[in-house]
Design a protein around this ligand. Structure first.
Ligand SMILES: NC(=O)c1ccc[n+]([C@@H]2O[C@H](COP(=O)([O-])OP(=O)(O)OC[C@H]3O[C@@H](n4cnc5c(N)ncnc54)[C@H](OP(=O)(O)O)[C@@H]3O)[C@@H](O)[C@H]2O)c1
Length: 300
C-alpha cells in the first residue's frame, strides 16, 4: 500500500469533541489527536476508544460534559435518528460552540437538523465523509461541509486534520448530503453491476480472478464518460455521436438474455432496460445514453 500523507497538522492546538466512537468516530478522533488537537470523546456504550484514551484523549462521563469541553463539537453516529436523539437535549450546552454533524443521511434530514439548530441559535455545519476510515486523516480524505460559512472559515484549519481538502459546498445545509447521495448513487449502482458481472461470468464458467484484470478497462473509460455526461445533462443536448442509446439498449438486452439463459436474477437489468426503452419510445434512440435522464428527471 502507498503510504498516505497526513492531513493538516500545522494549526494551533484547538480543543475538539467527538461524539460517537463507532468505526468512523474513532477514526475522526484519532486524526484530531494525530494533528495535536486536545480531544474529548464520548460514546453511548462504554468500552470503545481505549486506544484513543491511551493516546491522550479525554473520555467524558456524559455527552453534555463532552460538549462543554470544546468550542468545536463533531458528531458522527449511525444516522440522524441517533444524532437527533443525542443532540436535542444538548441545545443549551451547544450554544456558543460550533456543531459539525458528519453523520450520513438524507439532504432533508440535514435541513431539518439545521432548522433545529437555527431555532436554538446554534452555529451548525453539516458534512459528509466520502472516504473509508483508513483514509481519514490523510491528505486524500475528501470531506464535504455545507451550512454556516463563518463557522467553517473559523474552524477550517482544524477540520483539515480530518482530510485535505475540507470542501465547503455552500450555505444550504443539505448540500453535503446531496453530493454524498449522488456519489453513493453512482457507487452502489456500480457495485450492483460489478457483483452481477461476476455472477454472470461464474455462470458462464469464468472465475472472478480471470475476469477482474479486464474490468479495469471498463473502470478506465468512466472518468471521461462522467465528464461528457455532465455536459450533456447540464446543457440537455444528447448528441449520441459514436454510440447511440438504441444501440446501447440492444447491448443491455444481450446481457439480459445471457443472464436469463443462466437463471440469474435480472431485476437490475430489467429496470435499466425498462428506462432505456421508455426513453427510446419518447424519441431519444438516436441520442446518447445520457438522454435517459429525461425519463428519470422529476422536472420533465
Ligand atoms: N465506516 C465508514 O467507512 C464510513 C465511511 C463514510 C461515512 N460513514 C458514515 O459515518 C457514520 C458513522 O459510521 P460508523 O462506521 O462509525 O458506524 P458504526 O461503527 O456502526 O457506529 C455507529 C455509532 O452510532 C452510535 N449510535 C447508534 N445509535 C445510537 C443512538 N440511538 N444513540 C446514540 N448513539 C448511537 C453507536 O453507538 P454505540 O457504540 O453505543 O452503539 C456508534 O457510536 C455513518 O453515518 C456512516 O454512514 C462511515
Amino acid at each position: 500500500m502507498v503510504p498516505m500523507t497526513q492531513a493538516n497538522t500545522t494549526t494551533e492546538p484547538t480543543p475538539v469533541t467527538v461524539l460517537g466512537l463507532g468505526d468512523m468516530g474513532r477514526a475522526l478522533a484519532g486524526a484530531f489527536l494525530s494533528a495535536g488537537h486536545p480531544t474529548t470523546i464520548w460514546n453511548r456504550s462504554p468500552g470503545k476508544g481505549e486506544d484513543l484514551v491511551a493516546r491522550g484523549a479525554v473520555r467524558a462521563a456524559s455527552a453534555e460534559e463532552a460538549v462543554r469541553a470544546s468550542g468545536l463539537v463533531v458528531v458522527c453516529l449511525v444516522d440522524y435518528d441517533a444524532s437527533d436523539a443525542v443532540l436535542e437535549p444538548l441545545a443549551e450546552a451547544l450554544r456558543g460552540r460550533v456543531l459539525v454533524n458528519l453523520t450520513s443521511d438524507t439532504p432533508n434530514r440535514s435541513r431539518q437538523a439545521a432548522a433545529w439548530a437555527e431555532k436554538h441559535s446554534l452555529s451548525y455545519l453539516d458534512g459528509a465523509i466520502m472516504v473509508p476510515v483508513d483514509v481519514v486523516g490523510s491528505a486524500d480524505a475528501l470531506i464535504f461541509h455545507s451550512g454556516d460559512r463563518a463557522a467553517f472559515e473559523a474552524h477550517e484549519s482544524t477540520l483539515k486534520a480530518l482530510g485535505e481538502p475540507a470542501t465547503f459546498l455552500g450555505e444550504d445545509h443539505g448540500l453535503a448530503a446531496a453530493y454524498d447521495m449522488a456519489m453513493l448513487d453512482f457507487f452502489y449502482g456500480a457495485m450492483g453491476g460489478l457483483v452481477h458481472a461476476f455472477a454472470l461470468a461464474r455462470a458462464e464458467g469464468v472465475d472472478g480472478a480471470s475476469l477482474a484484470p479486464y474490468l479495469n478497462t471498463i473502470a478506465g473509460i468512466l472518468p471521461p464518460i462522467a465528464a461528457y455526461t455532465a455536459t450533456d445533462i447540464d446543457t440537455r443536448t444528447y448528441t449520441g455521436e459514436g454510440a447511440n442509446l438504441a444501440m446501447m439498449a440492444a447491448s443491455v438486452d444481450h446481457i439480459l438474455h445471457t443472464a436469463k439463459d443462466r437463471g440469474l436474477d435480472v431485476s437490475q437489468l430489467t429496470a435499466l432496460k425498462g428506462i432505456a426503452d421508455r426513453a427510446i419510445a419518447e424519441g431519444h434512440g438516436p441520442e446518447s445514453w445520457s438522454s435517459i435522464v429525461e425519463v428519470m428527471a422529476a422536472d420533465r
